[in-house]
Design a protein around this ligand. Structure first.
Ligand code: PLP
Length: 435
């Protein structure tokens, strides 16, 4: 091993002594693919500079927030200016109002918004509100759906929880897990069956309108509309978890793209411009129940933090000024999809590519992948070999099969070409076939 690569290994050794698994969020540890994670020294646009001295094409984008790439000059400037004005007040500030107005403008179903510091908090708080508003206890989610790490959501959760082979987690009381029902994604009959079996007891149906945490699984035509109808029919609220899809699926999120209006929405990732922000919102009558205007308690010392709000607001301003970003992301995504399909053509019986806009997954199983059960058929060992083949060629994919690749506006034709060329070589290696 050369000295540079040694540096990642040395840091990982040190890290594992003081951080569980060497990381602060599980999937970063390469547990699903083996090997040593790249420690990032800095990043710009769509490129990462590792502590190993190598440059990587970044297909992770911090797991979603960096729609405009790393260190976007306007966002960096906004953060610098904000920092000089004070990093936290614990009192109201104008930028929070502007930010809430910007979110409501882009996503009209959010008549009122509450900002939090993470997507986890947003989804968790939205569920508390749904329970309070309906006077019901049960939450219906989908297998492979990830809504952050609140207790009640760690039931058949996707993403890192699935990757680690932990369908739920120790430490989640059975009584809490018991209040979560799990349905099959893209299966309205399954949802209806559960709503009937638990008639009058389901507070909300929580769904990623574009599933991104079992790998990318698009909603089938009619699925989201069907959920809307079922919720209305059974008196349950519809909660869209748009922590990934908000401001990525389109300027109005997945709800804008598919034209389905949820009662409540959880946001995160992009709305922080790379700083820690989450938000939940919905109809005014619902949100008025949140403290202090109503009795549903939820708070945060650093919520609406001025640094995070200024970064997020700058992100939303850029997207409002440059709506063409979304068309460009769509065409970059389409090119990447076409390139990967071509590279994978000799293995069409063992792979499939699924994409929504700038979110894409190359599954190591035949398609279509419609739900988590389908995704679990993927050959994860082959993915691991593919991942390392790509990494050796300087392309850093999300280090697990059940994740989305995230494109940003900082990616261009050259980067798509680089990723496809790397895949052309890495695929036959991963699948044990000579090119
Ligand atoms: C990332 C994610 C969350 C959790 O957000 P954090 O900021 O990591 O707490 C919730 N829901 C979805 C769909 C996500 O992808």
């Amino acid at each position: 091993m050369d000295a540079a690569a040694d540096r990642n290994a040395a840091l990982f050794d040190r890290a594992r002594r003081v951080l569980p698994g060497g990381v602060n969020s599980p999937v970063r540890a390469f547990g699903a693919v083996g090997g040593t994670p790249v420690f990032v020294r800095s990043a710009k646009g769509c490129r990462l500079l590792g502590e190993d001295g190598r440059t990587y094409l970044d297909m992770v984008g911090s797991w979603g927030p960096l729609l405009l790439g790393h260190a976007h000059p306007r966002i960096v400037k906004a953060i610098r200016e904000a920092a000089g004005d004070g990093t936290s007040f614990g009192m109201p500030s104008a930028v929070e109002v502007e930010m809430a107005e910007a979110v409501a403008r882009a996503m009209p179903s959010l008549e009122m918004v509450r900002f939090t510091c993470s997507g986890t908090e947003a989804a968790m708080s939205a569920v508390r509100l749904a329970r309070a508003a309906t006077g019901r206890d049960l939450v219906l989610k989908f297998a492979g759906g990830y809504h952050g790490h609140a207790d009640g959501f760690l039931v058949e959760a996707g993403s890192g929880a699935a990757t680690g082979g932990v369908p739920s987690s120790p430490g989640v009381p059975a009584s809490v897990a018991g209040a979560t029902l799990t349905a099959r994604y893209n299966d309205l009959a399954d949802v209806e069956r559960l709503l009937r079996a638990h008639a009058g007891r389901v507070a909300c149906v929580a769904v990623e309108p574009v599933a991104g945490n079992m790998g990318v699984v698009p909603p089938e035509p009619g699925f989201l509309e069907g959920l809307r109808g079922l919720c209305d029919g059974h008196g349950a609220l519809l909660l869209f978890d748009e922590v990934i899809s908000g401001f990525r699926a389109g300027p109005g999120g997945a709800q804008g793209l598919y034209g389905v209006r949820p009662d409540l929405t959880a946001l995160g990732k992009i709305i922080g411009g790379g700083l820690p922000v989450g938000a939940y919102g919905g109809r005014r009558v619902l949100m008025e129940r949140v403290a202090p205007s109503g009795p549903v308690y939820q708070a945060g010392t650093l919520s609406g933090n001025p640094l995070a709000m200024r970064a997020g607001l700058e992100m939303l301003r850029i997207l409002a000024e440059q709506p063409q970003v979304f068309a460009r992301l769509e065409s970059l995504g389409a090119d990447l999809e076409a390139g990967l399909r071509d590279a994978a053509a000799p293995f069409a019986d063992r792979t499939c590519v699924q994409r929504v806009g700038s979110l894409l997954t190359l599954f190591f199983c035949p398609g279509p992948v419609r739900n988590f059960e389908d995704a679990l058929r993927a050959d994860r060992a082959a993915f691991g070999r593919f991942f390392h083949g790509m990494l050796r060629r300087g392309v850093h994919l999300p280090p697990a099969q059940f994740e989305a690749w995230f494109l940003s506006a900082a990616h261009g034709d050259e980067e798509i070409g680089q990723a496809v060329a790397a895949a052309r070589e890495a695929l036959p290696e991963a699948l044990g076939v000579r090119p």
